[in-house]
Design a protein. Structure first.
Length: 213
């Protein structure tokens, strides 16, 4: 684990579109794939029991595809990200719902749910603490985090993203969330419909956390 965090401009076109060839990430030709993202959004809706009147924040929304899927499923979703590249390339249909998390007050708004999928591992400890503090008006945080052991991520593909900062196991994350004042309502290694491709070979590669205050 390191405490060195990558700057927002790291998450550029090379990160999202040419990650494999540039060595920045495991993304390649990152794009809207409705047959994958809409079922993912529906799985999250079902798992968290998100109703139409609830407000959702997709933290680290990238190009906004999960926000788009939520809204296609008639959920009130917004997104926040640090990447100027991602935010300027979001789908026109949801561009007005996605904001720069470093230059807006969106994290301080009241949300029923915050979805933080593959996000917290990119943050330094100090930024993680600050982010949890800024989300003080959010009722429930749903976090999906790649887990590590002995300084390496359990799933080899998660080691390919150079912007990953925190590489820890389930117990470390549970304690950290508790120390930050969150109640760990639920934690598990698998949720059917999310990251299913990992379960055969790496069943404990990711942690799924439901956190409340």
């Amino acid at each position: 684990m390191t405490n060195v965090e990558f700057p927002p401009n790291w998450f550029d076109a090379n990160y999202y579109q040419h990650g494999l060839e540039t060595g920045k990430s495991n993304y390649q030709n990152y794009r809207w794939i409705p047959e994958l993202t809409i079922p993912l959004a529906m799985t999250i809706i079902d798992y968290l029991e998100i109703k139409r009147h609830h407000f959702i924040l997709d933290l680290g929304c990238a190009l906004g595809y999960l926000v788009k899927a939520f809204r296609l499923l008639h959920r009130q979703a917004w997104g926040a990200d640090v990447s100027d590249y991602a935010l300027t390339n979001t789908d026109l249909s949801i561009r007005n719902y996605c904001f720069n998390s470093n230059s807006s007050e969106i994290l301080k708004r009241r949300f029923d749910f915050c979805v933080a999928k593959d996000i917290f591992e990119h943050l330094s400890i100090s930024t993680l603490k600050e982010t949890i503090h800024l989300l003080e008006y959010t009722k429930t945080i749903f976090a999906v985090i790649p887990l590590g052991k002995d300084g390496q991520y359990i799933a080899p593909t998660n080691n390919m993203d150079k912007s990953h900062v925190i590489c820890e196991d389930m117990n470390w994350w549970r304690k950290t969330f508790s120390d930050l004042g969150l109640t760990v309502e639920e934690y598990r290694y698998q949720i059917n419909g999310i990251k299913d491709a990992y379960y055969k070979d790496y069943p404990e590669a990711h942690g799924f956390f439901v956190l409340t205050r």
